[in-house]
Write a protein that binds this ligand. Structure first.
Ligand SMILES: [Zn+2]
Length: 284
């Protein structure tokens, strides 16, 4: 009887163990299968990510190439536009404005600036109205206003002079000083920068406009500042070209005047070819 009970107990134990093992194996097999599927899915996903990122990279590259091409094209268009702009400006700019007068180039008796502006009377030295090329006037006005606000009493003695006026002045000088002397300080008609309408003779109420002007605060102020407004001293001391004229200043544009100031050179030091490069932007 006791043996039968033991046998039954063993039998139940074996059955329980078998059932346990089967259930365990089943679950671990299912788990393994699920894991396989997951791994496969994971691999697929990785492939998809890799393919997508590759194609994204190549699309980005193509896009960048297109952008580069477009930028190069835009640069070329802007270069062409600025060349066309310069040519257009040049075609509308008076070709005489940067030529060397006084001895070399000649303005014929019919040359008159396109347009002349009247200089504000408060800046005039005497009662005679003075006019200047109207594109130069804004630069001269700024110069005069700045000088005045810096405590410099600068006046305009003379600006635009026609061919006829210059001829009369020259005749007057010849009569007073004799032709030899007059030649040194008054250009013959046609050779005067004043006929261009871009030259100004300055003075101060105390000194007037003769050589004493070269010793004034006003003259030192012009030497230090006139280039900022596009004006240069045409005939400096010992220029080897024409008599020293501290009162006589010519408009050549801010860019060229600044170059001359920086290089400490004068208008007649440069070849005409170099001066011509600054014509298109003379009023910028
Ligand atoms: Zn002059």
């Amino acid at each position: 009887m006791k043996e039968k009970i033991w046998l039954t107990a063993y039998f139940i134990l074996i059955v329980v163990l078998l059932v346990g093992a089967s259930v365990g194996s089943y679950y671990s097999w299912t788990f393994y299968q699920k894991n396989l599927v997951l791994e496969a899915q994971n691999k697929e996903l990785q492939n998809l990510v890799a393919t997508t990122s590759n194609s994204l990279a190549s699309t980005t590259l193509r896009l960048q190439e297109e952008i580069d091409k477009t930028n190069i094209f835009a640069d070329q268009i802007s270069d062409i536009a600025s060349t066309v702009g310069d040519l257009d400006k040049l075609s509308k700019t008076d070709k005489e404005l940067l030529l060397k007068y006084s001895k070399i180039s000649f303005l014929n008796e019919h040359y008159v600036p396109f347009s002349l502006a009247t200089i504000t009377p408060v800046f005039i030295a005497n009662h005679e109205a003075q006019r200047i090329n109207s594109s130069v006037w804004p630069f001269l006005e700024r110069l005069l206003v700045k000088a005045s606000s810096s405590g410099i009493d600068l006046r305009v003695n003379s600006a635009y002079r026609s061919f006829g006026t210059q001829a009369k002045i020259k005749t007057g000088y010849n009569f007073t000083y004799g032709a030899g002397t007059a030649n040194n300080f008054s250009a013959d008609q046609g050779y005067s920068e004043h006929q261009l309408g871009t030259a100004v003779d300055f003075s101060t109420p105390n000194t007037g406009g003769d050589f004493k002007f070269g010793e004034t605060k006003a003259f030192s102020w012009l030497v230090a500042n006139a280039y900022r407004y596009g004006f240069i001293l045409s005939y400096p001391k010992n220029n080897g070209y024409y008599q020293y004229e501290p009162w006589h200043w010519r408009f050549v544009g801010v860019e060229l005047a600044t170059k001359m100031h920086d290089e400490n050179k004068y208008f007649f030091d440069y070849p005409q070819r170099t001066l011509n490069l600054y014509l298109a932007n003379i009023f910028d």
